[in-house]
Design a protein around this ligand. Sequence first.
Ligand code: PMP
Length: 428
Amino acid sequence: PYTGPSAEKVLQLRKTYLSPSLSMHFRKPVMIVEGKMQYLFDEKGRRYLDAFAGIVTVSAGHCHPEIVKAVNKQSELLQHTTTIYLNNQIAEYAKELADKMPGNLKCVYFVNSGSEANDMAMMLARAHTGNWDMISLRNGYHGMSMATMGACGHSTWKQPVPQSFGILHAMNPDPYRGLFGNDATKYAADLQDLILTATSGRVAGFMAETIQGVGGATPLVQGYLPAAYKIIREAGGICIADEVQTGFGRTGTKYWGFENQGVQPDIVTMAKGIGNGLPLAAVVTTPEISASLTKRLHFNTFGGNPVCSAGGRAVLRVLDAEKRQEHCGVVGAHLLKRLNQLKDKHSIIGDVRGQGLMLGVELVKDRHTKEPAKDATVEAMERMKDMGVLMGKGGLFGNVFRIKPPMCFSKDDADFLVDVMDEALNKL
Ligand code: PMP
């Protein structure tokens, strides 16, 4: 049993010594002291079903025994030296990760967070093309470093300080709220117009999530990415897929989110689920693009350290051995069906979307005006927590439930979640 300080004491410590700009997920905070696969436990031993996976980070499951074993074994052998010496773990891991990539995406850089990965990707794009302007999407999220904050398309996540200049934001091809509905050609025309009017006509690259995560599990209109990639390449740019949330089979149909739109990126960035909770991230690109950085050295102290590499390798093995991609497809389809039935019952549900175990439920006051039901979302989330389900939240207006559990989430868990959501919405 837990023997540390009480939740009240921890809250007091946090308020005194940690950043005041941290957000708290619930009005009455939950303290989590233990995790096991798709379940989390508070300091009193109460169990919660985890529908958010540490913000889409725990892929295989909390404290998955195989991954813990691999990490512990490596921790006892060697924790750190950096890449100034040879070590088998990082080299074997790079090969195993590259084997998961389509085409000529065979050169791997290991870093420690999604922000670092996207920073690196933008640097590669600029170094390779000799162009400066980058384009990302409104409502996208790419990180909190100065450069990636500039790439974010959310006022919520932009401090009022100068961010990396030279990043432009194209109209978001959002099927639910986007101005052009489901028409990929119109969003692509906006991208073309942005290049013609706001850049020299030549760009370094384009970066997009393949389903926007923080933006509320918002898929991009089908057909948008192929059109956008073509326009960017014609303007001399390269295409970056941010797979920080959508990778490793979470969408069910494909291992990588971008494959769902049939595109082949030049750079793929990954973080979160790649490490099942370890601080690990990666950038994968082609040998040609990576050659652009060889005029100088490039270094990262912890990137690909033996412990995280051993853990990352175990994640790849476990997800394959447990057939998690297929599982996400089956459980996700069942969950989507049940959530759509719930939409028929509750008019507050304006939209149900996503695929695999990357789903969103958007709450609105009125289905025609789509006015966001932000307070109701907060209220329902709190009630779901009291009934034992930890739900995610997001979207530009904070009115979207984000359902992105550990990938071991079962059909029974899905049914429990929907029943609890039903009850929480009944009580509003
Ligand atoms: N890209 C995406 C799509 C993300 O969701 C996030 C984190 N929410 C990041 C990048 C940044 O990752 P990190 O917090 O590890 O820097």
